[in-house]
Ligand binder design. Structure first.
Ligand code: GP9
Ligand code: MN
Length: 687
């Protein structure tokens, strides 16, 4: 036994031994922080194992640097790196406690207005126990000072130090390989900082974030203020005239934007075993006061939901790779729907039953000017309440009412649903619809979660009717993107009752619902061709806001004369006449593939040029942060500092604004809590 201790002491008295001790202590400490300070949501064995081991490779790399130094310098360098690493962990623990997200370099270097008011409330956030993060540092220092561990003056071979560096890279890349197999697109699609920490670790996250921030500031600093001029010329030409029949028809009303997750247009009026999948949405679609578009396409790329949000509320395209909300959401200047409406007297709020960091919403929404973001921290959570990414739709809608009724009117409220999300899981008690029988397991349950979403929507509509909100609100519905990806051709063919699926069919399969309802609106099915990029101008005109100045790449779908070319993010396009997929051309009306004659070629070339230009112009706006150079008349630049999405802060703000002006639903119906009027059959809420 004593020889064992002696051996260990001998080892610790070597440089390698000291390096191992420091690494192991830091590893344990990080893992404890992972488990106790962050909500990383590691599910399943692979993620659990990755979470456990992921601190090691980067620690070998970073602490291993010290081994290149001679003499006492090794100890100094190692302890310095240790201290920096500890401070990084410490800072993240504090930041996470306040913002449920990890620190990003964009925030740290942030030009004043994006600093998230760091520091202000530090005293409130800090717990004395947080200093545990420095315990191992102190231990190591004490051991050295009191010579419990002897300083080893012998040289550590360069060859060995180098071998350790190589080993760390091998481990980092293997770890990335396993992570990417578990979550494909981890770094290319960049979903959520939590994911990167969960899979790769806090240091890898820092490196990746530094890379992203550098890339972002490079494109930003390359841009000149005059770059905005060509953009302004382009969007000016594109703007369509208002349609007096619709302009201002919903003026002064509240706006509900309901985001139907992964919801495709083909589901409307679709039947399985003779039963409608979405009876409530179908009824809404046909309602005489609903304008329903049946040639409306999603235009998203890798950023999926975040691309949809970007287009719907900014009339700017997402980027060809990754998510613009993640990379360019925190720092960029925007002229988004919430900001425009805020400046017209609206209260603005987004509701979503997932963590705030997903798609970087917690930062991007500030840039867009959202006053409130009711994320999963605002909802009661129980294991049975959630599936997949978060709160089940029925519970989400019901529990949102608590906040809706406190919003001063008129308000702009966006509710982002979640349950109808790949892989379309739902627990038995909530399944009340037959799956399709294509034999493709990813496709078949899609109609079941879509049916569930429809029921949730139906319950919400009932509430709106009961409370009178329906009368003074405009309801906008949209599907954000496909639910069934193009990889499922055989199943899609079966669903559409077709023998074979062509590229043309797949393009048309990208249609999603877009419906606008208000009590005195002239409804009907509108066949104009358009997409998510066109939502904002359409909505603004209905609200009577003639916005000729902010930068928008879409145009009002209700305008009588408008460009109906729909750009997909990869440059493919659909117009009323042609559908162009790569080099293949189809007639949109019939789906017939053609070899264009000269005249057709000319027309197609014109369409294609327009689409290419539109996409690249939009990219320039985002990559160069061009809106920072442009102060349109009638629009005030958003000050991100004005916003704080922490629960206690929001509750106080709601109370304060209520004291100032009695304009909430709660006031209107004499302090009666409207939650009681909400009826849901959600099995989780049954007593
Ligand atoms: C997560 C949700 C899903 O918060 O919005 O995003 P998606 O995977 O559809 O892009
Ligand atoms: Mn989505």
């Amino acid at each position: 036994m004593s020889s064992h201790i002696k051996k260990t002491r001998n080892l610790l008295n070597t440089r390698l031994g000291f390096f191992i001790l420091a690494t192991v202590l830091f590893w344990i400490k990080t893992y404890i922080a992972y488990r106790t300070e962050f909500t990383l949501g590691a599910k399943g064995t692979v993620q659990q194992i990755l979470l456990f081991v992921n601190p090691i490779p980067a620690l070998i790399l970073i602490f291993g640097l010290a081994l290149y130094f001679r003499g006492r310098l090794f100890y100094w360098v190692l302890m310095l790196l240790h201290l920096i690493e500890s401070i990084w962990l410490f800072a993240n623990i504090l930041y996470y406690r306040e913002f449920s997200d990890f620190l990003s370099f964009g925030i740290i270097k942030g030009s004043g207005d994006v600093q998230n008011n760091l520091g202000k409330s530090l005293a409130e956030i800090l717990h004395p126990s947080d200093f545990f993060v420095f315990v191992d540092f102190v231990i190591l220092v004490v051991l050295l000072i009191f010579k419990v561990i002897q300083v080893d003056r012998r040289k550590f071979k360069f060859r060995n130090a180098f071998a350790l560096t190589i080993l760390s890279f091998v481990l980092i890349f293997s770890e990335y390989g396993v992570a990417n197999a578990n979550r494909s697109g981890l770094l290319t699609r960049t979903f959520d900082n939590n994911y990167i920490v969960k899979y790769l670790g806090l240091n890898e996250y820092a490196a990746f974030n530094a890379y992203q921030t550098a890339k972002e500031s490079a494109t930003r600093s390359n841009a000149k203020s005059s770059d905005i001029d060509s953009v302004l010329n382009f969007v000016k030409k594109n703007r369509s005239a208002i349609n007096p029949e619709y302009f201002g028809k919903a003026k002064g009303k509240n706006v509900f934007v309901i985001h139907l997750e992964s919801f495709q247009q083909f589901l409307i009026n679709y039947k399985v075993d003779g039963k409608e999948v979405t009876p409530n949405l179908n009824k809404f679609y046909k309602n005489k006061n609903t304008i329903s578009f049946d040639n409306f396409y999603h235009q998203v790329s890798q950023g999926k939901t975040s691309d949809a949000e970007m287009m719907m509320e900014n009339s700017l395209y997402g980027l060809p790779q990754g998510s613009a909300m993640v990379t360019y959401g925190t720092q960029n200047t925007y002229q988004a729907a919430p900001a425009i409406l805020d400046q017209k007297g609206y209260t603005t709020a987004s509701f979503h039953g997932d963590v705030p960091s997903f798609w970087n919403r917690d930062n991007t929404y500030k840039s867009w000017g959202y006053q409130y973001f009711f994320d999963s921290d605002y909802y009661q959570e129980k294991p049975s309440y959630s599936v997949g990414y978060g709160l089940k739709d029925k519970i989400f809608f019901k529990d949102s009412v608590k906040y809706i009724q406190q919003l001063p009117q008129p308000f702009y409220a966006k509710l982002i649903t979640l349950t109808n999300h790949y892989p379309y899981e739902l627990d038995k008690p909530n399944v009340s619809f037959p799956a399709t029988k294509t034999g493709d397991n990813t496709v078949d349950p899609y109609v079941q979660t879509a049916h569930y979403l429809d029921q949730a929507f139906g319950e919400f509509i009932k509430y709106l009717n009961k409370t009178g909100l329906m009368k003074n609100s405009m309801i906008v519905l949209y599907g954000d993107h496909y639910g069934i990806s193009n990889n499922h051709r055989a199943a899609i063919a079966q669903l559409l009752h077709k023998k074979e699926i062509t590229d043309y069919d797949l393009a048309q399969f990208q249609k999603v619902p877009f419906m606008i309802h208000a009590d005195d609106l002239k409804g009907g099915i509108n066949h104009t061709y358009g997409g998510e990029i066109d939502a904002l101008p359409t909505i603004l005109h209905l609200l009577g806001i003639k916005d000729n100045n902010t930068v928008q790449f879409g145009n009002d779908l209700l305008s009588k004369k408008r460009d109906q070319t729909v750009a997909f993010r990869n440059g493919d396009l659909v117009s009323p006449k042609y559908t162009v997929i790569g080099s293949n051309v189809y007639l949109t009306k019939t789906g017939k593939e053609i070899t264009p004659n000269d005249e057709q070629s000319k027309e197609i070339k014109k369409l294609q040029n327009h689409v290419n230009k539109e996409l690249s112009m939009s990219d320039r706006v985002i990559l160069g942060d061009l809106l920072r150079f442009y102060n349109p008349k009638g629009f005030k630049k958003v000050n991100k500092k004005d916003f704080n999405y922490k629960y206690s802060y929001a509750m106080k703000a709601l109370k304060d604004s209520d004291n100032k002006s009695k304009k909430t639903l709660l006031d209107k119906i004499h302090k009666k809590d409207t939650e009681k009027l909400y009826k849901t059959d959600a099995p989780e809420l049954k007593k």
